[in-house]
Design a protein around this ligand. Sequence first.
Ligand SMILES: [Fe+2]
Ligand SMILES: [Fe+2]
Length: 203
Amino acid sequence: MNYYDNNIIKYIDASIVLNPFFDEWYRIVEDILRNPEFQKRKLFMHHHNITVWDHSILVSFKAFMASKYFKADKRVCAIAGLLHDFYSQAWISTPELEKLENGKYTTLMKEKKPWYKMHGFTHAKDASINYVKYFPKLEDKKITNAILRHMFPLNIIPPRYKEGLIITTVDKLSSVRELPSITYVSKKVIHKTYAILSNVNRI
Ligand SMILES: [Fe+2]
Ligand SMILES: [Fe+2]
């Protein structure tokens, strides 16, 4: 294990590190994992109990594994999986993130927005732009499309390529498993629906 950077490995779930295909996946995504901007995703919460860092690694690795079964492009799946939620603005506030660089990652979440500008509808486009900003050498039409369309069917246009269909499916399966209970989901859905309806009434 001397080959690996311990500062990265210790932040990856052991079940992934110990997988026989870990090395193949790691070689594809190592530069992204080392990137200082991507490292900040350890401070972004994806849901209340998991960070964007952990969620993105899980989606990337599972999509990479699925690519073998579906004969898809494993590099596209690994990279798009890792960057599909690489949005620039957080949707859950934490004290650490509010302090980071004068709160630049939490500014938009404090603004009142119409329902169609809420995180669920906008973050895929934000991530598809943000990934090119920080990783211009990785720009690729399949990666961009997979990131941009990963919120299908909430965003109504489906992914164009097989790799994008893998990302959106793995993302949903992972997100459901990350949620702690049906009670939590129910409360979230009720809360979000109420927020959306409140905003619709104001339009
Ligand atoms: Fe997402
Ligand atoms: Fe996601």
